[in-house]
Design a binder for this molecule. Sequence first.
Ligand code: PNW
Length: 481
Amino acid sequence: MISFSRRQFGKSVAAAAATAYAGSSLSGLALAQPQPAALHYPKGFLWGCATAAYQIEGGAQADGRGPSVWDTFSHTPGKTYHGETGDVADDSYHLYKEDVQLLKALGVSTYRMSLSWSRIFPEGRGAFNPKGLDYYDRVIDELLANHITPYVTFFHWDLPQALPGGWQNRDTSKAFADYAAFVSKRLGDRVQHFMTTNEFVCFTDLGYRYGQFAPGMKLPDAEANQVRHHGILAHGLGVQAIRANTPAATQVGLAENATVFVPVMETDAHIQAAQKAMRVGNAPFLTALMEGKYIDEYLAQEGANAPKVEPGDMQAIGSPLDFVGLNIYTPTYVRADDSPLGFAVEPNPSSYPHMYSPWLTLGPECIYWGVRNVCDLWKPKGIYITENGTSSDDVLTPAGRVEDVDRVMYLRNHLTQLHRAVDEDYPVKGYFLWSLMDNFEWADGYSKRFGIHYVDFKTLKRTPKLSAEWYRNVIAQNRVE
Ligand code: PNW
């Protein structure tokens, strides 16, 4: 496709472009920038936004909420950017009605939110705090009154601090199932879509192996692998608990940031290598859920450090799901080779482009390959993109505008690649943009903004960015252009 900028190249180039098109029905200077064909999404495709409790709610001590490991971690000096915490965050605990209006103005049909476990059970189990659940009743009722369907995640990393041993303790998986049972029963009359957990690797490995996230531990491999096992066991027991306590039509899944392996070139050999890598590279998490077992490659790799599994665990972990939610941000490139595994992961060269967060390397085709690999490997009934989005060095101009053209570029390219998956009939049902608004970005505090609404963290004022305007248009047209 030819694309000229008149300002950049001057009149002579624009004239050359006009000449190039002369004779076709596309002649004329105005056509120096041909429009790509509009990418229509299917009727009924769900457009949404995503957030998570600890990142937006604030109200850390309101109405009897108990502390989570993220309260403890963020209040520990040196753990987060400038010691920032989620004490106030976006104060969505008090401003949720305003936030529902932001959603309504976008025209989304769905909203993915998470629940703060320690708001509802301040100690993680035992005494129930009715005021905590009242808050979620209010939010859900407000969403429904505005014709927005809530998709609810039970656990987005904010583990109640009071649970002894955290995810090192197998009992935590059971506590999670009890919490999910109780709450799904209470909300199941109005919520039809539940996700158990969000991103295993972040609350297991980043929290317990590498120490970058709460609770900030650096355990040896055998213990860290056991933490992973307790994480996926919680999911499995949670699925069973939700099913046992909600109407038959309730849809249960999870939100998982499977590492997405992308073929370095789209040849058969590299495509097959990417699919193999997807299965092996996600062995401790998504592969275990989809296959109900730890595959041989993982067991061989971990050897004596492999997790201890009790009878019934793998059956629970492999519980059938109604959908798989994929959080997709970034690619991992892979090529075929003749090693025993049949693939080699490409190290990212330092020239690789990335967005404002250093980990967020840019490769929009990851969203296509994530969907395709998961569907080809495991044939899930449905796929949602439960998160996709980017940080950006947003600046609020004196005129009150945020021109986040880089975020629009990122989103446009990802939705173009997602369209390819939809067009090939992979069962993608919806897309949740991360995030509705700037929020507490974990260890990065407030220094990394992922929202399509700018939040002034002093005044808590929300301002739509250019990307919000762009997304509103995508939703209204049901197409990307
Ligand atoms: C996800 N990485 O986290 C989370 O689900 C969100 O809570 C978070 O705000 C969002 O993505 C943006 O970061 C990730 O280092 C955090 O690869 C880190 C990574 C990936 C996802």
